[in-house]
Design a protein around this ligand. Structure first.
Ligand code: ADP
Ligand code: F6P
Length: 322
């Protein structure tokens, strides 16, 4: 019987741990007797035929590297039906019957489209944002948060030395998970996230004033990217309270760096699971974490799930960071 051929690609924003997932797909596929191909630059690689067979050594020494050895991209052409047909035709020419797509929600919509075009696809959640509803964890989230707290700890040193208020924007697109967790971990006086409506007087100014009354003179405010406006907020705090304020946007530093243990292990488990699903002849599934276990869902079901924000954690943060 002909060997089963599968491929792996990374798509959308890169995330630390994507390499660990690629490594797991390549090695699990080979262990199952499959030929495994790496596709370069996301869906673009399928459109341009930028595809290479991988062996056990192709993925040596990458588990600790940030970024993605397969590179990544956002592909407008693949969003069109024509593009999807072209990508499926290239897969068929190469005999590739299944593709593991490591990326976010957008990449999963692409995986569903490619499955509909005749190539079984399995999505693996890879994004620092933790914004995919079906899974409690996305590859890259832990590393990004640890990078952010390292940076904010440094910012706190200077804020404390000057009795200042530092207002720090963290990434997350429309999701406040990074801000919430990082805010707790850094003892932020206020955390602003897109999921919870806020009032600047009540949720920032009053909290600073209450904290000042107990003798504290420096403050960290963590703001999610989906809320934004850190420079304006710093100006407002200065004007309103007469204390110096500085704004910092952490930006892409959060996307890089060596993945943490958690990201390496979760990525390895999820990559392995994706190959199991392809080996069973399944497609149109996404791998997810549910109560710490690796599970899978139908892609459409996964994309339709509502995201739930951890309001309890947010309330606890308000209680203890004052
Ligand atoms: P992420 O996967 O991180 O959410 P994007 O939303 O940028 O990132 O999606 C990555 C890529 O997935 C896009 O550039 C496009 O090629 C593909 N994609 C996104 N949405 C769709 C869609 N609705 N149909 C087909 N392909 C899509
Ligand atoms: O999805 C990851 C992420 O870093 C988001 O947090 C951010 O909104 C976006 O990607 C930035 O995208 P780009 O790579 O286009 O700068």
């Amino acid at each position: 019987m002909a060997k089963k051929k599968i491929a792996v690609l990374t798509s959308g924003g890169d995330a630390p741990g994507m390499n660990a997932a690629v490594r797991a797909v390549v090695r699990s596929g080979i262990a199952k007797g499959m030929d495994v191909y790496g596709v370069y630059r996301g869906y673009n690689g399928l459109l341009n035929g930028d595809v290479e067979q991988m062996n056990l050594r192709s993925v040596s020494d990458i588990i600790g590297n940030g970024g993605t050895m397969l590179y990544t991209a956002r592909s407008e052409e693949f969003k069109t039906l024509e593009g999807q047909k072209k990508a499926a035709a290239h897969c068929k020419e190469l005999g590739i019957s299944g593709v593991v797509v490591i990326g976010g929600d957008g990449s999963f919509a692409g995986a569903r489209a490619l499955t509909n075009a005749g190539v079984n696809c399995i999505g693996v959640p890879g994004t620092i944002d933790n914004d995919i509803a079906c899974t409690e964890y996305t590859i890259g989230f832990d590393t990004a948060m640890n990078t952010a707290i390292g940076m904010i700890d440094k910012i706190r040193d200077t804020a404390q030395s000057h009795d200042r208020c530092s207002i720090v924007e963290v990434m997350g697109r429309r999701c406040g998970d990074i801000a919430l967790q990082v805010g707790i971990a850094c003892g932020a006086t206020a955390i602003l996230v897109p999921e919870i409506e806020y009032d600047v007087e009540k949720d920032v100014i009053s909290r600073i004033v209450e904290t000042q009354k107990t003798g504290k003179k420096h403050f960290i405010i963590v703001v999610a990217e989906g809320v934004g406006g850190v420079s304006d907020l710093a100006k407002y705090v200065e004007k309103r309270l007469g204390i110096e304020a500085r704004a910092t946007i952490l930006g892409h530093v959060q996307r890089g760096g060596s993945p943490t243990l958690r990201d390496r292990v979760v990525a390895s488990l999820m990559g392995h699971k994706a190959v199991d699903l392809l080996a069973e002849g399944k497609g149109n599934r996404v791998v997810a974490m549910n109560n710490g276990k690796i599970v899978d869902y139908d892609i459409t079901e996964a994309l339709d799930m509502p995201r739930i924000f951890d309001k309890n954690l947010y309330d606890i943060a308000r209680t203890i960071s004052i």
